[in-house]
Design a protein around this ligand. Structure first.
Ligand SMILES: Cc1cc2nc3c(=O)[nH]c(=O)nc-3n(C[C@H](O)[C@H](O)[C@H](O)COP(=O)(O)OP(=O)(O)OC[C@H]3O[C@@H](n4cnc5c(N)ncnc54)[C@H](O)[C@@H]3O)c2cc1C
Length: 401
């Protein structure tokens, strides 16, 4: 480790920030570690917020137990916001005027929900879900609800729909596109997800281009979808994508595209500044992944790099979702021309998207985590696969280890 690194500032107390701090200490960093966090809570992870926190009253999903967290010896600045990065002075300015000096800076500011219509923010029974506080509020509001409308048929919207159904509510999902999760999976997977939701009684309104909301005096909200009014909902949850929290980086003049542009070590266009998690554009894929695994594992790599060690992030994209008791795992992102091979097993289907040389580009498995583990190896090795074997449920995939 280079001795010029005595002070590290991390902006963002989420998953990437948390794992970076843990890795910095376990890699031997003994200097001052400062975290600026605008949420009042200890580091926590978000996936349970749309699942068990709503349905099973799970507690704050802390990343680390209290003693491990204390051992990280963090100087917290929370709840406070970083408002400016002064790259010349190597300082971060906070909303109360405090200035923190850094030798290395990590930006891990994540993303925030985006509303398609700004005015919806002013409607009492319209919600988005990002934070622990949002989840607590959602849980409370669901208790008093009978009908829930979900706007956006992506992962978060569909998980909320699944959780609300589990709690016995009537649920309708409104989606602009003709397919669910259409930006991250192929049509075959989208169709399987649609069937899953239909089997569990979720009303699906696809290809609804023009959505308008009308708040009644009793607080219930009518959705007008392409001019057609639906019976009022007690609660509307909007999951129509996110805005990446890029403002600090942009104003500091760092190179940004969809996210902050980084190399495989997480370094930005300023050698003293690094980025991790949702805000950090994937170094090879050129997009912001918004995945738990990326936030955790890429942040660990970046921590090494911040301490001057050789470090490269090269894992394939991986994320999961739990809907109606089914665990859906997605490996890789759609890209280029592919053909789909479907393997129908008793536990659930597996979808392989192969390129013209029969190499795996993306794989989606329903309740088949072991198949995904194999897929990770095939993908990393760039292995050529035989579509007929993949398709045959009697062929043991373990033979392709
Ligand atoms: C409800 C929900 C369910 C999810 N489920 C899954 C799942 O099942 N599988 C999966 O793979 N992924 C899932 N994800 C995605 C995953 O949780 C995110 O990719 C991950 O949290 C990103 O971590 P991060 O640290 O980059 O950002 P975050 O966890 O969002 O942390 C960023 C933190 O920085 C704070 N911040 C922002 N700006 C400032 C500032 N200027 N000053 C101080 N603090 C600031 C933010 O408030 C936030 O606390 C889910 C996300 C949500 C919201």
């Amino acid at each position: 480790m280079t001795s010029d690194i005595q002070r590290i500032v991390v902006i963002g107390g989420g998953q990437a920030g948390g794992y970076a701090c843990k890795a910095l200490r376990s890699e031997g960093f003994q200097g001052q570690l400062m975290v600026v966090a605008d949420e009042p809570h200890d580091f926590y992870e978000r996936p349970p917020l749309s699942k068990g926190v709503i349905t099973a009253q799970e507690p704050l999903p802390r990343l680390f137990p209290a003693d491990s967290l204390a051992a990280l010896d963090i100087d917290w600045h929370r709840p406070q916001r970083a408002t400016r990065i002064d790259r010349d002075a190597r300082q971060v300015e906070l909303n109360d005027g405090t200035r923190l000096n850094y030798d290395r800076l990590l930006i891990a500011t994540g993303s925030r929900p985006r509303l398609p219509v700004e005015e919806w923010a002013g409607i009492g029974n319209v919600m988005t879900l990002r934070s622990w506080d949002d989840a607590c509020q959602l849980k409370e509001r669901l208790e008093g609800s009978r009908r829930v409308g979900v706007i956006g048929g992506g992962w978060i919207g569909l998980e909320v729909a699944s959780s609300a159904r589990k709690l016995g509510m009537e649920v309708d999902v409104f989606e602009r596109a003709p397919a669910l999760c259409g930006r991250s999976v192929g049509p075959e997977v989208a169709e399987a997800i649609r069937e899953l939701h239909q089997q569990h009684g979720v009303g699906l309104e696809l290809e609804r281009q023009d959505i308008q909301l009308d708040e009644a005096q009793d607080g219930r909200v009518t959705i007008l979808a392409d001019g057609q009014a639906h019976e009022p909902y007690d609660l509307i949850v909007v999951g129509t994508g996110v805005t990446i929290n890029l403002e600090l980086a942009r104003e500091a003049g760092l190179k940004t595209e969809q996210g902050i542009v980084i190399d495989a070590a997480g370094q930005t266009s300023d050698p003293y500044i690094f980025a991790a998690g949702d805000v950090a554009q994937h170094p090879h894929l050129g997009l912001c992944l918004q995945s738990w695994a990326y936030a955790q594992n890429q942040a660990r790599v970046v921590a090494d790099a911040m301490l001057g060690k050789e470090a490269h992030y090269d894992e394939p994209a991986w994320l999961w979702s739990d809907q109606h008791g089914v665990n859906i795992q997605i490996l890789g992102v759609p890209s280029g021309e592919t053909h789909c091979v479907v393997r129908k097993e008793a536990q659930g289907p597996v979808f392989f998207y192969l390129d013209q040389d029969n190499r795996l580009v993306q794989m989606v498995a329903f309740d088949q985590p072991r198949a995904i583990k194999l897929g990770k190896r095939w993908m990393s090795a760039g292995r050529t696969l035989d579509p007929q074997s993949l398709e045959d449920p009697d062929f043991n995939l373990m033979q392709l280890r």
